[in-house]
Ligand binder design. Sequence first.
Ligand SMILES: Cc1cc2nc3c(=O)[nH]c(=O)nc-3n(C[C@H](O)[C@H](O)[C@H](O)COP(=O)(O)OP(=O)(O)OC[C@H]3O[C@@H](n4cnc5c(N)ncnc54)[C@H](O)[C@@H]3O)c2cc1C
Length: 507
Amino acid sequence: MNSGQKIVVIGSGIGGLVSGLILAKHGYQVQVLEKNHQIGGSLQVFSRDKKIFDTGVHYVGGLDKGENLYRIFKYLEIYDDLDMKRLDENAFDIVRLANGVTASHGIGYANFGNHLKASFPENKEDIDKIVQEIQLYCTYFPLYNIELESEINYVEHNEVLEVGAWEHLADLTDNEDLIKVILGSGPLYAGLKGVTPFYVVALILNSFIKGSYRFVNGGSQIAKLLMKKIAENGGEVLRRKEVVSANFNESGNIQSLVCSDGSQYACDFVISNMHPKETIHLLGRDRFKTAYANRVSALPNTIASFMIYLSLHENTLPYFNSNYYDYYTDNIWDDEFHFSESWPQMTFTSAQVSKNTKEYAESISVMCYLDFNEFKTWKDSVRTIVKEGVREDEYETFKKMCEERILNRLEERFPGIKSKVKNSYSSTPITYRDYVSTPEGSMYGIQKDFKHTNRTQINTKTHIPNLFLTGQNIIFHGILGATIGALVTSFNFVNNKQVIEKIKMYD
Ligand SMILES: Cc1cc2nc3c(=O)[nH]c(=O)nc-3n(C[C@H](O)[C@H](O)[C@H](O)COP(=O)(O)OP(=O)(O)OC[C@H]3O[C@@H](n4cnc5c(N)ncnc54)[C@H](O)[C@@H]3O)c2cc1C
């Protein structure tokens, strides 16, 4: 492939923007087409009562000097302009179980281990073993460690993909509460017993142990900086451009992409940042091998979420520099998060970092699992800034009821909080489906399953010769996962050794 050729990226999520930027830096002509008014996918923010709210990303790991995401962001030339706040060294996450057991996750392995040992003094040896296992599993993934090859790797040792997280921890300790507090940040990856692989937990937890940060006034700054760098390298990111179809040439290559406003974008190559299932749907099932299209379409996706955004009365709640994972059920990794009398069974609570005040929290966001099916009555309606659809009053009533339930739960764990809330807003699984186009509002796309490792692996190459995939479904999700996935996508076009060598310079 020659630089100078034109690459059109569908979608401006972190995966689309990072692959677009790497290719623009290598001389490709890059155009990113984004359907929304705002770029960034799950990095989008919104503002109410003059306060900013993150919709998806609340904190990101691997950002301490010398760590994987730090090095990649340095290479992309965005790191120095990021306005971040490092989370509490001793408690970036706090997990509170239904039985009253509480534990903190500290930054740095020694700190992480010591905080767990403070809560579980009887299990010091188990904790050491678990911490070692987390670190060991991370060594099997060369790219995660900014290497192209490693002596031990998951390709030659496929068995590391086939170990269940809950199951593995149960082999390492008999203390179920210890397992629960370690896996208590499971909503970061929608952890499930019998499904979620240990490597997913290891890669994600390790990254947060190695430097967890919030973004001042929201994570959208990452997307904005990437867009700026794409422009500096001769590319462009166009908003309100929903790709609805494609024109193909005789050899089955995509010649141009067609947007809902009738505009067309000629291309030599296309990178889709959409969910693979949606990509197949958009470009036509008959363009892909039937077995592939069937497999991808049938893969289960991670659960969706309901978010409540609380705008607080001024100077009433001191800013807290930790995330809280609160459980109201003993079955923390079981599939019991559907709407019921006891919903929500889990809340994830995070304070927004604001430029205006350091001492107090201006606003907080709370995430709960919620299945898309609870909203299926409204599944045919669409409502975004670009597509201003309407939903009946029943939808708003249901949302308000969910908000009320969550506020009652919060009051149990943050006594007095209700009196500090000025206004509340919320988003549902349908909101996420509309804004990000993941099937049924799934938070993290395809659910990784240690029992079916091959099935859930998505290649960046497709049956359409000039179509490539990127985004959270390639390697793993999250800002780190989708960024590493974008590296893999870009390696179809650029010399991987050269890119890795450059990234490695930032240590
Ligand atoms: C509620 C929630 C909380 C999260 N919290 C965290 C967190 O704290 N930390 C973390 O690291 N990660 C978090 N994540 C995960 C992380 O945000 C995602 O894994 C990551 O942002 C996904 O990036 P992506 O590249 O796959 O693209 P996405 O963000 O999925 O974006 C895809 C883009 O494609 C666009 N698009 C789709 N169809 C079309 C079309 N036809 N034409 C044009 N454009 C189109 C969409 O509008 C969207 O902008 C969270 C996710 C959610 C939902």
